[in-house]
Design a protein around this ligand. Structure first.
Ligand code: SF4
Length: 301
């Protein structure tokens, strides 16, 4: 199928809705054919090797294949914020972010707009956009869609949220999350099998898997760490995050109504060290604050 036609019978992600988005239908991601963006701006709250001092050129797309109960970006995942653009404007946004000094172009949840994002990136590259491209995703991605980005994306930044499929079903509504995330990450590592950093420790290519520790679920997080380490060793970096913040009005499950404790995070990090993870990023200090969430008001779009 031609890339453009992918909107007509949409199977771009593992939800496989099979709907015609060109007719205005919306699938589980909440998006029709029109590209919607919540914010396009320099972003300083990613890992230092992504944000650096100048910031990452983050483009936050509206819509999401997952419906995580603890989502901190509900306005984005529900498609209730931001502006509509065409691929031409998206190209301009990439070029503008380069002009502003962004270290990279950071595509935040782009999978459901894959054909349009690829078209805009290819156009921007033809016009001199030579920044590393980061693919920032919840990990619930189809291998076929990730394959379309081969040679276009430099850094993959997927989450690996759950190893237990019952947790995946309870908190994100998709039981097959673990198998889907494993397959997607396998394809990402196939494309980018080695992390490369420049002289300022900024990442130029590779895979960084983010693992957000959830309160009360240290064991599941440990299973993820051992799977990633056993499978990929030092080919990938793992970002072990303590920043979970309860957004109470959305959270029904009581164990999610608190931050991760210091003791839980210490157990998790100790486990990472015990199994020999060397390429890891850890978080220090009190990072579990909502102030790290930028405003999604169409800024820069
Ligand atoms: S991208 Fe959206 S419409 Fe397409 S299969 Fe996934 S959830 Fe469904």
């Amino acid at each position: 199928m031609k890339r453009k036609n992918m909107y007509e019978n949409c199977n771009m992600c593992p939800r496989k809705c099979g709907i015609d988005r060109t007719a205005g239908k919306r699938g589980a991601c909440g998006a029709d054919e029109k590209i919607k963006i919540a914010r396009a701006a320099l972003h300083f709250w990613e890992k230092p090797c992504i944000s650096g001092e100048n910031g990452s050129g983050a483009v936050f797309f509206l819509g999401c294949q997952l419906h995580c109960e603890f989502c901190q970006n509900k306005d984005i995942s529900d498609c209730t914020a931001g502006k509509t653009v065409d691929a031409g404007r998206l190209t301009e946004i990439f070029l503008e972010l380069k002009e502003q000094g962004a270290y990279n172009i950071n595509l935040v949840t782009p999978s459901h707009f894959a054909p349009s994002v690829i078209e805009a990136l290819e156009d921007a590259k033809r016009q001199g956009m030579d920044l590393p491209v980061v693919y920032n995703t919840g990990g619930y991605d189809s291998v076929d869609t990730i394959k379309l980005f081969e040679g276009i994306v430099d850094v993959y930044l997927p989450d690996f949220k759950y190893m237990d499929e019952n947790l995946a079903l309870r908190f994100s509504g998709v039981k097959n999350y673990p198998d889907v995330a494993k397959a997607a990450i396998r394809e990402m590592v196939r494309q980018q099998p080695k992390a490369v950093f420049d002289g300022n420790d900024m990442i130029k290519s590779g895979v960084i898997v983010r693992q957000l520790l959830l309160p009360g679920h240290v064991k599941d997080a440990m299973h993820i760490l051992s799977y990633l380490h056993d499978t990929y060793g030092e080919k990938i970096y793992i970002s072990m995050m303590s920043q979970y913040t309860p957004v109470r009005k959305f959270v029904e499950h009581t164990e999610l109504n608190r931050k991760v404790t210091k003791r839980e995070y210490e157990r998790y990090i100790q486990y990472a060290m015990d199994i020999g993870i060397e390429n890891g990023f850890i978080q220090e200090g009190d990072v579990a604050e909502e102030s790290f969430i930028p405003e999604f008001n169409g800024y820069g779009v």
